[in-house]
Design a protein around this ligand. Structure first.
Ligand code: FAD
Length: 392
């Protein structure tokens, strides 16, 4: 049985990033990936806030488009248009980027093993059972479950995860219709707290998708309806269809058990408002790598507990604000949403969102809207009070 300092289950973007951090610190790292090829199939809109450049390495070649703004559409198509001078986000070639992150881990010294499905982990001894011809086992002082939303490792000490379903089409509209650096986001009470998106890749092609508490059949109906209804994508040719799962953020999730820790989607580390998981996952990979190296250096596995503690300190406030928005958003009808959009437009919110909006952290914008009394004038008093209590 091979022995490592660290074994990472899952060569997704978060697992590979954690593996690179640990290999760079000089530890012997193994990454076990069940697929034959990293990064496929694509299961992501690839829209990442500008913070990505602070939390991971991102060469320009993986950026398809920088994003300067968004058109936010209400159910009856009242449009809030928001924009920034500098790129607020980037649309990425996620497949290429996942492969690149794995290559970085390998270059730093990690051993990556493809086609190795992990079946079981012994959290106390750090022994991992792999399903391959030899039914190998490996052992590690620290084991990391970065094996995505349906994590085998998480199942060992957490209840089954609750998730949203997501669907995405790659479409061609056959002519130059898109402003490449603007995305379209659509709200609809049938999908809330999820939403629908059109993310241009070029002037004529786009990723269109949604996530919601619906089954795949319903998601397809909603996407087809969007194509029929919205002039920017009407008559699209569907080139490819992708389906995926987005775990629901869960503050109660146990992230460390004995010598095992969870990261990324396996840890339900996704933003409640957008379902985006990469920036939080990369930040947590860094935090976890510090705790894991302290544990290895001091030969004291209990130091792994520093990871959830630091993670909660870093994200508690922002996640609390996002969860509140998420709850309110879920409770609104189409008529409420329409009223809210019209009021926001009347109150000059486009300018405020353009100035204070941040894809990665919405608490600053919410605070500003509260300060100016805009949320109070739109939402029922009780809800506004609940939101303002967040900062008390
Ligand atoms: C349609 C859709 C759109 C999205 N859009 C965005 C977006 O625009 N921006 C954003 O930030 N996030 C987005 N997300 C979320 C984002 O894709 C995830 O948060 C991200 O992929 C999580 O990375 P990860 O490394 O934790 O997990 P994953 O990317 O899921 O990687 C897990 C890896 O573990 C492997 N694995 C699983 N089980 C085992 C096993 N038993 N043994 C060995 N290997 C195993 C898998 O094969 C996989 O390679 C989207 C998700 C969906 C579904």
């Amino acid at each position: 049985m091979k022995n490592y300092d660290v074994a990472v289950v899952g060569a997704g973007p978060v697992g590979s990033t954690f593996a690179r951090h640990m290999a760079e610190k000089g530890y012997k790292v193994a990454v076990l990936e069940k697929k034959r090829e990293i990064g496929v199939p694509l299961q992501c809109a690839g829209l990442l806030g500008k913070r990505i450049k602070k939390v991971n390495i991102l060469p320009d070649k993986f950026i398809i488009n920088p994003v300067h703004g968004a058109f936010l559409h209400s159910p009856e198509d009242t449009i809030l248009s928001v924009q920034k001078d500098k790129p607020e986000a980037y649309v990425l070639d996620r497949v290429g980027y996942d492969k690149f992150l794995a290559q970085l881990a390998e270059d730093a010294g990690a051993d990556i093993f493809l086609n190795q499905k992990v079946e079981k982990v012994d959290t106390l001894r750090g022994v991992i059972d792999i399903k391959n011809k030899e039914n190998d086992k490996i052992s590690a002082t620290v084991v990391v479950g970065a094996d995505g939303h349906a994590s085998t490792i998480s199942e060992k000490f957490n209840p089954p995860v609750e998730s949203f379903q997501a669907a995405q089409y790659l479409v061609d509209v056959g002519e130059k219709r898109f402003q490449k650096d603007y995305v379209h986001l659509y709200v609809d009470s049938r999908v809330a707290p999820g939403f629908l998106w059109v993310i241009p890749l070029s002037e004529s092609t786009a990723r269109i998708g949604l996530f919601a508490d619906c089954n795949y059949q319903q998601l397809n109906i909603l996407l087809k309806e969007l194509i029929d209804k919205r002039p920017e994508i009407r008559g699209s040719t569907i080139l490819k269809k992708y389906y995926g799962v987005i775990p629901k953020y869960n503050s109660q999730k146990q992230l460390v058990k004995d010598r095992v820790l969870l990261l990324g989607d396996a840890a339900s580390q996704v933003k409640p408002t957008t379902g985006g998981g990469l920036i939080m996952g990369f930040t947590c990979a860094e935090i976890a790598s510090r705790a894991a190296s302290q544990a290895l250096e001091n030969e004291n596995i209990e130091l792994l507990a520093n990871y959830p503690q630091e993670y909660h300190e870093e994200f508690r406030k922002e996640l609390k604000a996002q969860l509140m928005v998420h709850k309110i958003f879920k409770s609104l009808t189409d008529a409420d949403l329409e009223y809210m959009f019209r009021k926001l437009k009347e109150e000059g919110a486009e300018e405020i969102i353009s100035h204070y909006g941040d894809m990665d952290s919405q608490s600053i914008l919410i605070k500003e809207l509260l300060k100016r009394g805009i949320l109070f004038s739109i939402l029922p008093k009780m809800l506004s009070r609940r939101i303002s209590n967040l900062w008390k």
